[in-house]
Design a binder for this molecule. Sequence first.
Ligand code: SF4
Ligand code: SF4
Length: 178
Amino acid sequence: MGRYFKNIFDAVRTILIGMRITARHLFTPSVTIQYPDVKLKLPARARNRLYVNMDDCIGCDQCSMACPVNCITIETIKSTSDVDLGVTSVGSKKRLYVPVFDIDIAKCCYCGLCVYPCPTECIKMTEVFEFSEYERENLIYNFATMTPAEVDDAKRKLAASESTAATKPAPASRGTNS
Ligand code: SF4
Ligand code: SF4
């Protein structure tokens, strides 16, 4: 008989313990948000989708070399002496055209290693984290802004400049052996 009442007591006691936790949560503010209508504020250094401001890119390739998964592809063309590509917003002289600047964001592991070495701070993390796509190729972002005609023009000028330099006579040697 004693065991019978002890079992009833244990059952009631354990139910009350469980209900105490439930009751406590009834009066705790909810942490659930109605995503995507409501979004949490991201931490200041959150790593999300990358963006490249091509106006400030000098084509130095440092971001690409730092990338551990080789998802940044950069191609450059040397500018000729008659062309002034201007300076970046931090005052770095631009000497290279950047006809190709692709980031395969499907391969990106959001390590941020490309951001730190950039001398002009033009590659950065944005606050955009919702960018799913149906096709993988849509995850290759092309940041270069040159048109095909501009690329052709830059290549043609460089080829002409190199060919002129090649046909110039070599400067006379200063010293003689005799
Ligand atoms: S965040 Fe990391 S993986 Fe992504 S492009 Fe930059 S270096 Fe490469
Ligand atoms: S490190 Fe910066 S400036 Fe250099 S190629 Fe990358 S984005 Fe351009």
